[in-house]
Design a binder for this molecule. Structure first.
Ligand code: GLP
Length: 241
């Protein structure tokens, strides 16, 4: 696992956006795996700048997001679909029909998960996947548990994640208790993975991911088994390495 330490979130965003841009310049119809949370925001801001500067054209790109809250529709301000519109898609030119976020309002979430994995496979698989990491070592919404889930599936959020995500809602009661998330298997199939982590709250999770045992109790630790992972961290997030 390759770990790169940067001075701040902006420099991490610059580096991660450059990887996406290089990928799309080399292969204009790339399939990009995208994430929500505050960690990828500087990456998305830089991708928007690069598009506006004419450095990169996203018109042939297809995207797949990691996860979505169950019960929140596209127009809910806390839905991950809405987040992606606000923080990336309204600033670049990915055609709307090429944008995929798992549906949190599908009647049959199991069928939606299966369909989502089929769509990723039919698109040729993910070329580059960006990830954040939860304070408890989760990636996407794969929470610490006793196995590594394979495909896109329904998950119950842990108290730690509900607490961490309460900052985006009026209060903790408003945070959905369930989500639909790409599985560890879906994520591990990506050909290249970049993980961005900033701040001291991530230090234990980053340590577990990079130096701890490979265990579903720290879902991100599975990334040690992937052949092409780069972690972009600031000094606070990398402090325990
Ligand atoms: C959420 C998302 C994850 C994200 C994590 C960390 O729970 N499902 O994909 O990595 O939060 O978010 P942040 O980057 O805001 O710390």
């Amino acid at each position: 696992m390759n770990v790169k330490i940067y001075k701040d979130a902006k420099s991490i965003g610059e580096a991660a956006a450059t990887i996406f841009a290089a990928q799309v310049i080399a292969k204009p119809d790339s399939v990009l795996g995208l994430a929500t949370g505050s960690s990828p925001i500087p990456t998305y801001s830089r991708m928007i700048e690069m598009y506006k500067e004419g450095i990169v054209d996203f018109s042939k790109v297809t995207t797949f997001n990691l996860d979505e809250y169950i019960s929140l529709g596209h127009d809910h301000p806390q839905s991950y679909y809405y987040f992606m519109q606000e923080n990336l898609f309204k600033g670049i030119n990915v055609p709307v029909e090429n944008i995929h976020v798992p549906s949190g309002t599908a009647e049959d979430i199991d069928a939606e998960g299966k369909h989502y994995d089929e769509m990723i496979a039919n698109a040729g698989g993910i070329d580059v996947q960006i990830l954040g990491i939860g304070n408890n070592g989760h990636i996407a919404f794969n929470e610490p548990c006793d196995n590594f889930p394979m495909g896109t599936h329904k998950v119950a959020l842990t108290e730690s994640t509900i607490e961490a995500n309460t900052r985006f809602f009026e209060n903790s009661d408003e945070v959905p208790r369930w989500a639909i998330s790409m599985g560890i298997g879906s994520i591990m199939k990506a050909r290249k993975i970049i993980l961005v982590a900033t701040g001291s709250a991530k230090a234990d999770a980053v340590y577990g991911m990079v130096k701890g045992p490979v265990t579903p109790e720290c879902p991100a630790s599975i990334l040690q088994m992937h052949p092409d992972v780069t972690v972009f961290a600031d000094e606070a997030a990398a402090a325990k390495l």
